[in-house]
Design a protein around this ligand. Structure first.
Ligand code: F6P
Length: 468
C-alpha cells in the first residue's frame, strides 16, 4: 500500500544541507524517505494568482512532493488566524491568548475543502492516507463527503486539552465531531487520549464501544503513539561533531573555553517557556554566585509565526529579559546569556547539544518535544550531560530519569540547573543510559511502524460509511 502523508507545510528538500525545521517536518521526512510515498500540503508560499492554487509535484528519491500555494487571505484566516491564534493557544491550555474570529474559522474550513478537492485526483484506491496536525482536523470529513473510502488516519502532534478547555472554543463540537471520519486518531500521550475521548463524549455525544469511539455509523480508534527521532542518525552526527571543524561548532568551542554550557533550542513560541527559562537561569546565577563567569546559557530560538501578534510580543519580551539579565549579571569578559534567533543545520545543533552539560527543555505545555530526545541522543556516553525537562512536555511521560521540573516555578528550575551541573559522573551515566534506552526503543522507525500497523490493521471502511 502506498503511503500518502498530508500536512499543513511541506518543505521540498534541496540537495544541500537543510536548516533545522519543526519536529514534525523532521520526523515525517525521516519516516517517508525510508518508505517512499506521496507528501501533500502547503508549499509555504503565498500566491494570489490562480496558478498558485494548482498542485505542483516534485520527485526526490522515493518521495513525490505535491504542493499548492495559499492565497494571502487563506494564509491570514486558515494559518495565522484559526490554526495559530485559536487552536494553537487553546490546545496549549492558554485560553487567555485565544483569539477566535468567524472569518478565520470559515477560512480554515475552506482550505480544508480545497485541500480535499486537490488531493482526490492524486489518490489510488489502496493508498493509506495519513493526515497530520491541527491545521487539518476536518480534512478526512471533507474527503469522505466526496466519496473517499480509503483508510484514513490522523496524528495530532500537539496536546489535546481537557474537554472544559477545548469546549471554550466556538464551534468546538462541530470540529471535534469531524474526528469521526478517521479510522485511527493518534495522539502523543495517555493524557491526550483521555482528554480527546472525554471531549468526544461530552461535546458531541460519542459512545465508547469495545474500546472504540462510535459516532453515528462510524467507529474510530483513539490511541497514544509517542513520536520519536532517528536516534542512531543523530547520535552519529553528534559524535562526528567532536572531530568537525565547521564554523559554528569550532567558534562555540573557542568562545566557551573551559566554561560550562546550558542549552535551550526551541522555535520562538510562547508554549516553549523561553522567557521563564531565561529568568530561571538568572535566578540560578543570583542564588549560586560561585557559578558566575563559569557557565553560560545559549538559547537558540528561530523566529516563528512572526505575523501573529502574540509571537511578536514574545520576541520583544525575550530580548528585554536577556538584555536585562545580562546587564545585571554580566562581567566585562563574560555574557551570561546568548539568545540566537536563527535556525541552524542539524549538524550544528548536534554539535551544540554535545558540548552542553545541561539541556534545558522547559515548555509550559508541549505535545512531545523532540529536543529532549535529540539532546540525549547527542551526548557522549562516557561523559554525558543532564536533561532538565518540564513535566508538561509529553516527553516527560517516557523520560522520567531526566530532572523533572515545573516550569512555572523559577526557583525549582534554577535548583535543577545547579543539581545538573554538580551531578557526579556515575549518576549522569546511569540516567543517560536509561534515557537513551527508551528513546532508542521508541525511535522514529518504531513510531511509524506502530502507527501504520495499527492503521492498516483496521478493517477498511464500508462504502456508505460517510459520517452523518
Ligand atoms: O508541531 C507543531 C507544528 O505546528 C507543526 O505542525 C509544524 O511543522 C511546526 O509546529 C512549525 O510550525 P509552523 O509550520 O507554523 O512554522
Amino acid at each position: 500500500m502506498r503511503l500518502v502523508i498530508v500536512s499543513n507545510r511541506v518543505t521540498i528538500p534541496d540537495r544541500h544541507e537543510k536548516a533545522a525545521a519543526g519536529g514534525l517536518a523532521v520526523a515525517l521526512r525521516e519516516a517517508l524517505e525510508k518508505r517512499g510515498g506521496l507528501w501533500f500540503g502547503w508549499s509555504g508560499d503565498v500566491n494570489d494568482a490562480a496558478a498558485g492554487q494548482a498542485v505542483r509535484t516534485v520527485q526526490r528519491g522515493k518521495v513525490t512532493y505535491a504542493v499548492t500555494d495559499l492565497t494571502e487571505s487563506e494564509r491570514q484566516t486558515y494559518y495565522l488566524g484559526f490554526s495559530n491564534r485559536a487552536l494553537w493557544p487553546n490546545m496549549h491550555y492558554r485560553l487567555g491568548l485565544t483569539e477566535f474570529s468567524r472569518t478565520d474559522y470559515a477560512g480554515y474550513l475552506a482550505v480544508n475543502r480545497r485541500f480535499a478537492k486537490a488531493l482526490i485526483p492524486l489518490l489510488k484506491p489502496d493508498d493509506l492516507i495519513w493526515i497530520h496536525d491541527y491545521h487539518l482536523i476536518p480534512l478526512a470529513a471533507e474527503l469522505r463527503r466526496r466519496g473517499v473510502t480509503n483508510r484514513i488516519g490522523y496524528f495530532h502532534h500537539i496536546p489535546w486539552p481537557p474537554a472544559e478547555v477545548f469546549g471554550a472554543l466556538p464551534f468546538s463540537a462541530t470540529l471535534i465531531s469531524t474526528m469521526g471520519a478517521y479510522d485511527l486518531v493518534g495522539v502523543q500521550t495517555q493524557v491526550d487520549v483521555r482528554n480527546l475521548i472525554s471531549g468526544l463524549v461530552s461535546l458531541c455525544g460519542a459512545r465508547m464501544e469495545g474500546g472504540k469511539v462510535r459516532m453515528g455509523r462510524r467507529e474510530t480508534t483513539v490511541q497514544a503513539f509517542p513520536i520519536g527521532i532517528d536516534v542512531e542518525a543523530f547520535r552519529k552526527l553528534a559524535a562526528a561533531s567532536e572531530r568537525a571543524a565547521t564554523r559554528p561548532i569550532k567558534a562555540t568551542r573557542e568562545s566557551l573555553g573551559a566554561r560550562k554550557l546550558v542549552i535551550g533550542v526551541d522555535r520562538l513560541d510562547y508554549s516553549k517557556g523561553i522567557v521563564q527559562r531565561l529568568e530561571a537561569f538568572g535566578q540560578f546565577l543570583r542564588s549560586h554566585p560561585e557559578h558566575r563567569g563559569r557557565v553560560g546559557m545559549l538559547q537558540i530560538a528561530p523566529p516563528s509565526r512572526t505575523d501573529v501578534p502574540e509571537y511578536a510580543e514574545l520576541d520583544r519580551q525575550s530580548d528585554e529579559t536577556a538584555g536585562r539579565l545580562n546587564a545585571a549579571l554580566g562581567e566585562f569578559d563574560w555574557t551570561p546569556i546568548r539568545v540566537v534567533k536563527k535556525a541552524y543545520s542539524r549538524n550544528a545543533l548536534a554539535g551544540f547539544y554535545r558540548r552542553a552539560q545541561v539541556g534545558l527543555v522547559t515548555p509550559m505545555r508541549d505535545g512531545m518535544n523532540l529536543v529532549a530526545k535529540e539532546y540525549i541522543a547527542a551526548q557522549d556516553p562516557a561523559d554525558p550531560g543532564v536533561l532538565v525537562l518540564s513535566r508538561f512536555a509529553g516527553a516527560a511521560q517516557q523520560m522520567g530519569e531526566a530532572l523533572i521540573v515545573n516550569p512555572y516555578d523559577t526557583h525549582e528550575v534554577a535548583e535543577a540547573i545547579r543539581t545538573a551541573l554538580a551531578m557526579p559522573k556515575s549518576e549522569r551515566i546511569r540516567r543517560f543510559e536509561r534515557l537513551y534506552e527508551i528513546i532508542d526503543a521508541t525511535d522514529i522507525g518504531w513510531w511509524t511502524q506502530c502507527y501504520l500497523d495499527a492503521l492498516s490493521g483496521i478493517e477498511a471502511p464500508a462504502q456508505d460509511s460517510a459520517p452523518k
